[in-house]
Structures are given as C-alpha cells and as structure tokens.
Design a protein around this ligand. Sequence first.
Ligand SMILES: O=C(O)c1cc(C(=O)O)c2c(n1)C(=O)C(=O)c1cc(C(=O)O)[nH]c1-2
Ligand SMILES: [Ca+2]
Length: 553
Amino acid sequence: QQEVLNRATTTTTTAQMPDVLQPVTQERLDSSWRNTADWLSANGSYAQTRYYPGAQINKGNVSRLKPAFIFQTALNESMETAPVVVDGIMFITTSFDHVYALDAATGREFWHYTHKMGQIITFCCGPNNRGVAVSGGRLFLGTLDSKLIALDAKTGNLLWETQIGDPDLGYSETMAPVVVDDKVLIGTNGGEYGIRGFVKAFDVGTGKPLWTFYTIPETGQEGVWATKDATGRDLHRDIDAEKKQLADKGGDFYKTLGGGVWMTPAIDRATNTAIFAVGNPSPDLYGAIRPGDNLYTDSLVAIDLNTGQYKWHYQYIPHDVWDLDAVSPPILIDVRGPDGQMIPGVIEAGKTGHVYVHDRKTGHLIRFSEAMIPQENMWTLPTPEGARMLPGANGGVEWSPMAFSPKTRLAYAANLHQPMTYQVEETPYPGGSKLWLGGAFKVIPSEAQWGKLVAVNVDTGKIAWSFKTDQPLIGGVLATAGGLVFNGEGNGYFRAFDAATGKKLWEFQCGAGVNAPATSYMLNGKQYVAVAAGGNTQLDYKRGNAIIVFALP
Ligand SMILES: O=C(O)c1cc(C(=O)O)c2c(n1)C(=O)C(=O)c1cc(C(=O)O)[nH]c1-2
Ligand SMILES: [Ca+2]
C-alpha cells in the first residue's frame, strides 16, 4: 500500500492532435497480425505472437539503428508499458496509471491523462501498468485502485469508469485489457493478498459488467489430488493430510485462494474463446490451510467469450507452495501435434522455466521444452528454516511476454536465474489488503544471478539457441520479419539478435532498465522500434522515465 500523488483526474492538452485517428474497427483488430503500420494491442494481435511482419529494419542493416526520439514521462518509476500505435499516434502508460498520447514519428506530446487514485491501492511488485487496449475511438486502462476506465483516444478525456474489484481486499490492476466486439476483458492481480481471482467482461460503450469467470470454483477446487507437476515430477504432497484438512475444516477458503489473472488473455476468434494464464494460490507458501489442487491456480484456462463459461483448463503445478504463477501471456499458433500433423495450439512459458505446448481445442499438453534455466531440488517443500530450490519465485519466465516467429518456428523467452530459499510460516488470513505470503522467499546473496534469452523450437521442445545476460531478464521480447529479435536488460542495454542463430547484432545503452516489451510500426515509409526504459521495481533495476524510439538514419 502506498499513498499516491494522483489527487485528481486531469487531462492536460499539450498540443492539438491532428485529425488522423481512424476508428479501430473489429476488422482492424482481427487483421492486426499482418498490419505493418500500426501496433494495436500490447502483444500485437489476438494471437499475441509479438511478431512484427515488416522487414525494413533487418539483419543486414540493424547495426545502423539509431534513436529517432526520446520521450520522457513525468514519473521516474518502473515502466512495463507496451507502446500501442494507431494511425501515427502512440499511446503509452506509466506507473501509477498515467497515459500519454504522442506523435509516433517525433515524440511530440498531445495529451497527458492522470488517473485520480483511490485511497487504498495494493501491489506486490511495483505500481506498474502494462498498457492500454484500443477499440473504436476509445482507450481502455486498468488501474491500481481496481478500476477499468475508458478514455477518448483523441482528447484523453474520461468517458466512463467502473469498479472491477474491491481495493480494500487487495484487488488491483496492472495488466493491459483486451477488447473484442462489444466487450473489454480484464483479470485482476492480488495473488499475494488472498483475493479470489477472475476474468470479467465489460461493455465497451458503458462499462456495464457482462459476465465474470472466477478462477477459483466454489466447489471442486480440490481437483484430482494430483501428485505430479506437468513434467511428471513428484510434488511431495501429503494427500492424506490434505484430505483430512478438507474434511475437518471445509472448503470455504476458496474465497481467498488467489489465482490472479494479471497478463492479457489471447483470443481465438475462430472458436470464440479467451485463453489466459492463472497465477499462484494464496497464501503463496503456506499450503496446509488450502488443501487440494487449488484449481484453477497455476493453470492455463479457456473460457467462452460470449458467456464466460469454462471450456477447459490445464494445471501446471497442483497445490503450488512456491509462488510459481503461470503468467506469461499465452500465444496462439499452429503446433506439431502428437501424431506429427499441424493443429491449432497454444504455448505458454512458466516461472518453472519451461515452454509448454498445448492442443488449443482441449488444453491437452503435447510437449514441454527443455528447462531454460537451472532447476534443482524440485519440488522441495518450504521449511520453517528455508529450503533451497531452483528456480526461485520470480522464475524462469516472469510476466515477460514471449515472441514467436513463424519464419524460424522458434519461441523467444526472457528468463531469470535467481536462486532462492523458500520458507514457510503458519499465517492465517490477515484480512484487508495485507500481504499474505505465509512465509518468505529469499534470494541467496552468495549465489550468482543471471538471465538468459532462450529460443525454443516449439515442434521439438529443444533449445535452438540462448544468449546469457549479466542480469536476470524481465520485460519481454519482440520478433520481426526482418529476422530479428529485440530484448532489453535491467542494466540499460537494449539489443537486437539474429532470430535464427542468436547472434547479437546491435545494442544501445538506454540509461535505465529496459524491462518492458518493445513494439514496432511504420509511419511515412519508416519502420520504428519503440521500447520503455524505466527499470523494474520487483528486481530493483534502475528507474527511468523514457520511451526510446529507434529507426534507421
Ligand atoms: O499473483 C499476482 O497477482 C501477481 C501480480 C503481479 C503484478 O500484477 O504485478 C506480480 C506477481 N504476482 C508476481 O508474482 C511477480 O513475481 C511479479 C513481478 C511483477 C513485475 O511487474 O515485475 N509483477 C508481479
Ligand atoms: Ca504472484
């Protein structure tokens, strides 16, 4: 919880926006994956491949890439925003939920929106915001005081706002929403506060709630009493003790079982399905008071877009006691199925350090990748003294969105190696919006930390190449038809790699942590690559306030 400066909702107009914005129609959203002019949503398209289909900037010329402009916001705090670009206008967000509209060719500011923050805001890992969704002439933003707001894209004026969850109970928003037809979809964070997670749909025109899917079912959260994780390793559960606890104490704890959805769902238009990753159960480390598999925490879940009805789920870690959220945004691509044929698939990268490949129709796990970072002592249970297990509670792959290139058929994942001990402490639900970990995960200071950008062949699960970095990676990846992969590091380096080989082709020192996913677009015949350099709270990387936009000279 933190007192915040945003005392009033204001929109400051800095310069008149030229009359360039065309409505973002459903047709534009559906075809955004092949649109080289715009970048219409945080992860580029409903499939969330983060693949830019233009090739002006490519392997042959990327070494000449230079900043075209630098835009500085008024907030020196972690930046996770994915710049969204519509008809030459860029929309970015900052920590504490400010929004800016800029000229995407020059960085000239048109307007600046400040959200009036409620009295109570709760966030585990920084006052972050990961970007806007756009539809029609509107922008949609989730806020730390758990509101969904709609802005007029041209003026930055507030059109409506609606309460998503109760901030007094730890509900909060960091993710970019997604819009499809007449609905805005958004989940919630709060997995470290004893929330009951959900995805909700709201009417784009009015903000009226349409449906809610709870990630924690009222009955049946105990699942199948699974003894193994997705990779077949023993979870060391005491199933008898858990069953006894459930019989003695009942299942009322579903109300505080966590299961946040804090990254953007993928949308399968062909089957009218939303697919998203569900985070850790609450309390994170103290599992004894929440017997059962804790469905649908640490799962990939598919629901019907019209009704919010459950379709399928796949749980990676039943009864997680390590805070290993499923979180990075799912990517919809065709994958090689069990019989060798290509089928609609969905891939997801976990804090566990694997990329998981699923059948999109059933959720069935087809394969998982080699471990991208060291795994040791899995699944050692947390102890009162603290037990060492790798990966640590940040992963593996954090929220950092992967990219996928259809040319290389590689998925690119930003990984952390951060050894930790896991300590458990009996802690009843503290109520309100108080942090509820049920213990602690602690970095082991004597052990080296580092990062790894890893390219995974989704058809075999094999690692094609990797690039080791000095610091654990958090922020996400962009792939392009120019045969490039872009990724940044907390020490300020923003880099381009050969997508096929992993050879480093270019780097630029941005002056603050590059811990946000880059985006790309084309304006007046010029391709640009935009990325935020504002550091990261969770890993305490150097803060800044810049959006840096690159182009060829
Ligand atoms: O379970 C949750 O609801 C939740 C939410 C968030 C968030 O919204 O930022 C993070 C986490 N968990 C988390 O476990 C975590 O490691 C993390 C890192 C970050 C970040 O922005 O760098 N957010 C979060
Ligand atoms: Ca979490």
